[in-house]
Design a protein around this ligand. Structure first.
Ligand code: MN
Length: 272
């Protein structure tokens, strides 16, 4: 016996089928969106994934076409454990901004140099025309040094180093405390304005060095792993003339995961 479906029954069957198929599509789309969001923008990578944060890694150099002031990767008051908000604002918005502005102004006269990275010019300063060499040295160096500086600090920083950097510090200096002491001593002894650095030398050894003014370690074929700014503009508002106290407190905001990233980047360069 053939059961003939009524018009009403056919409509219900059609609508139910349509609803089920739509539901299936909706679920698939949702699951695709979900997975692409979590892989494309993992929270920990976010700060460093944009071009403006490309910095001083062997494979990602700072562009000069034109040079750009990178944003701070945290709020100005985020590093209060070591550095007050007012100092951070002046330091980034005025001092670092001025290095970028002066560098771009100097390069205007030499469009061919605008295709070079800051690092390439600093590594080979003699190839930079004499009339802007000092300006590129000071302002290109200032741009590079500060870009690294903002990144190797974090509100979640401080404490003992971890991973590869911890291992290499222990190997080279005996212990983290011994390293800290030498680093602070070198920073304190740097007369006038400059920087104290942990670098890797061409013999693949870690070394503490200081540079005057805005000189970058890469001018001497040294790769900067981490560095602290000992210009008075970096600490004077809170610490006045107590540079040693600033150097001591600074360890509370040191971003060991970024420092590990830097040491791994330069190790990988050796492998290629
Ligand atoms: Mn500075």
């Amino acid at each position: 016996m053939i059961v003939k479906k009524t018009w009403r029954q056919k409509s219900i069957l059609f609508l139910t089928g349509f609803f089920l198929i739509s539901l299936l599509f909706a679920c698939q789309t949702a699951s695709i969106n979900e997975s692409s969001t979590s892989t494309a923008t993992p929270v920990t990578e976010k700060t460093f994934s944009t071009q403006s944060f490309a910095v001083a890694y062997p494979d990602r150099e700072l562009t000069t076409s034109p040079a750009r002031l990178p944003e701070l990767p945290y709020a100005a008051n985020a590093l209060e454990k070591a550095i007050d908000a007012e100092t951070m604002k002046l330091h980034h918005d005025r001092h670092h901004a001025a290095y970028v502005k002066n560098l771009n102004a100097a390069l205007q006269k030499y469009p061919e140099l605008q295709n070079k990275s800051v690092e390439a010019m600093l590594r080979d300063l003699n190839s930079v025309p004499e009339d802007i060499r000092e300006t590129v040295r000071n302002n290109g160096g200032g741009h590079l040094n500060h870009t690294i500086f903002w990144q190797i600090m974090s509100p979640n920083g401080g404490g003992e180093p971890t991973g590869e950097i911890a291992q290499q510090i222990n190997q080279t200096f005996g212990s983290f405390d011994a390293f800290k002491k030498q680093f602070n001593q070198a920073g304190g002894d740097r007369f006038g304005s400059g920087w104290v650095w942990l670098v890797r030398n061409p013999q693949n050894q870690l070394q503490i060095v200081t540079t005057p003014n805005q000189d970058s370690p890469i001018m001497d074929s040294l790769y900067p792993i981490m560095g602290n700014d000992v210009w008075e503009h970096a600490y004077y508002l809170r610490y006045q003339n107590q540079r040693a106290e600033y150097l001591n407190n600074w360890w509370n905001v040191v971003n060991w995961s970024e420092i590990n990233r830097r040491i791994q980047a330069v190790s990988q360069q050796d492998d290629t």
